[in-house]
Design a protein around this ligand. Structure first.
Ligand SMILES: [Ca+2]
Ligand SMILES: [Ca+2]
Length: 167
């Protein structure tokens, strides 16, 4: 799937906002962003967006769960369907995709218009392998828990970075 088609799927005009002046965009791999539309006349509206990639789990957060998916898919070709950590859209899960998680780690996208701040969940720094398996499936969980202590945590992120550097 091309980057453009991934993006097109996530573009929605937000009818709940006044005068529909806000759009929200969340591609399958980036967190949500709200942007004001500029009225250029003739019913043409434009907006400038810089999407923040790194959200493989599509929960509008970039956190340890996304690292888990990435570490589980590292070195493999991009998946046509399902969760995908190919944030760079070059059809391979590789070191450049880790950069997205590294740069945006623990960040979250804009909340839904009208959603209270307290309702939005917070990014996480650890998850047990058991819970991770329930969320994304068993296939990736084991590979992400590098030190095999049953928890995918910042220690595993650090170990992963060391391993990458040695390659
Ligand atoms: Ca996520
Ligand atoms: Ca990639």
């Amino acid at each position: 799937m091309s980057e453009v088609s991934k993006l097109d799927q996530g573009v929605n005009e937000d009818s709940s906002s006044p005068k529909a002046r806000v759009i929200k965009i969340s591609s399958s791999l980036s967190v949500r962003q709200l942007a004001d539309l500029t009225d250029g006349g003739d019913k043409q509206f434009t907006a400038t967006l810089t999407l923040t990639g790194g959200d493989a789990t599509d929960d509008n957060l970039i956190d340890i769960l996304d690292f888990g998916v990435f570490a589980g898919q590292y070195g493999q070709p991009s998946h046509a369907t399902g969760r995908d950590a190919d944030f760079s859209c070059n059809d391979t899960i590789w070191t450049e995709d880790f950069t997205f998680i590294q740069l945006n780690f623990l960040s979250s996208g804009d909340s839904q218009p009208g959603q209270a701040l307290a309702e939005a969940s917070l990014p996480r720094t650890s998850v047990s392998v058991r819970e991770f398996s329930r969320i994304v499936g068993r296939a990736y969980a084991g590979r992400a828990d590098i030190n095999r202590d049953g928890v995918i945590s910042l220690q595993d992120v650090r170990l992963f970075m060391l391993k990458m550097r040695r390659r």
